[in-house]
Design a protein around this ligand. Structure first.
Ligand code: FES
Length: 108
């Protein structure tokens, strides 16, 4: 499997301390900005499959809380940190290159 690179936005498209939803290859991606560092997760809470891109971002702990029942996911890894979700979600490599936010996803 090869990694595919996608330019998804300019860095200022995601306000500091918040997330935003994007679609990459038909897949929902939640992009978060914490102090100019970007993190990308699958935009899906593993508890009831709702989007997490509009969840509350805990900047110090680097996690996002699902807006429905508050399960928290690590922004770096997608690892679930608190219930009621119990499955991890995908995290994607993301970085800023030449003024664009670039995401890498596996091309199956
Ligand atoms: S849907 Fe996310 S915690 Fe329930």
């Amino acid at each position: 499997m090869a990694l595919e690179r996608h330019i998804i936005c300019k860095p200022d498209a995601v306000p500091q301390g918040q997330g935003k939803a994007f679609t990459v290859n038909g897949m929902g991606v939640a992009l978060f900005n914490v102090d100019g560092e970007f993190y990308a997760l699958e935009d899906r809470c593993s508890h009831m499959n709702v989007p997490i891109s509009n969840g509350y971002v805990h900047e110090r702990e680097l996690c996002v809380a699902c807006p429905w029942h508050g399960a928290e996911f690590d922004l770096r890894t997608g690892k679930v940190m608190t219930p009621p979700a119990c499955e991890n979600i995908n995290a994607y490599p993301v970085y800023v290159e030449e003024g664009n936010v670039v995401l890498e996803v596996e091309n199956e």
